[in-house]
Design a protein around this ligand. Structure first.
Ligand code: BEZ
Ligand code: FE
Length: 290
């Protein structure tokens, strides 16, 4: 590449950046100019061929076509598998060290799932019986009564209800509330590891990179308490083989729980009339004020 070539390429990039100089919205201008600068730097660095440019356009086109506006959002899946979702999450939750850590929301949340009683069973498909219980507290450790815990997990076949139309409505989903002492109890099944959808362009990308599509077993939570920051997180099974290689980079050490074997009742399982043995996981969620 001659100095003249370099000057021409630099001029193209500068012109594209400058074309946003007069954007009236300062934040929009900042974002677009930075985006164009980084995009041009990337194209220059790898010296993108015309063929590769065309393949990139095809990949993005396929990604859009794979979205159905309901359960399938291939662009979010792309963001997740490129680590962008977790980076955005980290930037936006530079919270106090004491609050519960956040993780990726994922594409399988469904709003308006059934309200469930303390300890109600939300599993209508087979699995290993589990009791997930604990408390929701503020950063001083004081109980938060009436916290709403929206929870969701896959069935043993690795699919979420809604995604898998064979599952009964509301299977492995529900909205629980904490009692006066900030306690919650969820009767469910032990979560299993599952692969993210691979029948689209994101699957092709993972294949080309020799990456697997698995997420370690987890239970999703979205916890809402008036006056506190909404908490979007998971609890991961501590012994899952995919903890070190989550396809969407969502694992955090502080979010791992042990599903211990319980052969005798605890105070909650006896009250709920559960049969022993079962698995039990306990966790205390710490909310930070808004
Ligand atoms: C999930 O955990 O539901 C999920 C997160 C990111 C991508 C796909 C699925
Ligand atoms: Fe999930």
């Amino acid at each position: 590449m001659t100095d003249q070539d370099k000057a021409i390429e630099k001029q193209i990039s500068q012109q594209a950046v400058n074309s946003f100089n007069d954007a009236p919205n300062a934040r929009y201008k900042q974002i677009m100019q930075s985006l164009v600068r980084h995009l041009h730097a990337f194209v220059s660095e790898v010296e993108l061929t015309e063929q590769e440019w065309f393949e990139g356009i095809g990949f993005l086109t396929d990604t859009g076509h794979k979205c159905d506006g309901l359960v399938r959002q291939e662009f979010i899946l792309l963001s997740d598998t490129l680590g962008v979702s977790m980076l955005v999450d980290a930037i936006n939750h530079r919270h106090s060290a004491t609050a519960t850590e956040t993780t990726v929301f994922g594409p399988f949340y469904i709003d308006g799932m059934p309200d469930r009683e303390f300890g109600e069973n939300m599993a209508f498909t087979p699995g290993e019986t589990a009791l997930v219980r604990g408390r929701v507290v503020d950063i001083n450790g004081d109980a938060l009564a009436g916290a709403v815990l929206d929870v969701w997990q896959t069935a043993e076949n690795g699919m979420y209800s809604g995604q898998d139309t064979e599952q009964p409505f509301g299977n492995l989903r529900g909205r629980y509330r904490t009692d006066a002492d900030g306690c919650f109890a969820i009767r469910t099944i032990v979560p299993v590891a599952y692969p993210i959808p691979t029948d689209g362009p994101v699957g092709r990308m993972l294949d080309a990179a020799n990456r697997h599509a698995w997420r370690p077993a987890h239970l999703h939570f979205m916890i809402d308490v008036p006056g506190y920051r909404k908490l979007v997180t998971h609890l991961f099974n501590h012994d899952d083989p995919y903890l070190q290689s989550d396809a969407v980079f969502g694992v955090k050490q502080s979010l791992q729980v042990i599903y211990e074997d319980l052969n005798i009742h605890d105070d909650v399982s006896v009250r709920l009339g559960m049969e022993v043995p079962f698995k039990r996981a306990c966790y205390e969620f710490v909310m930070e004020s808004a």
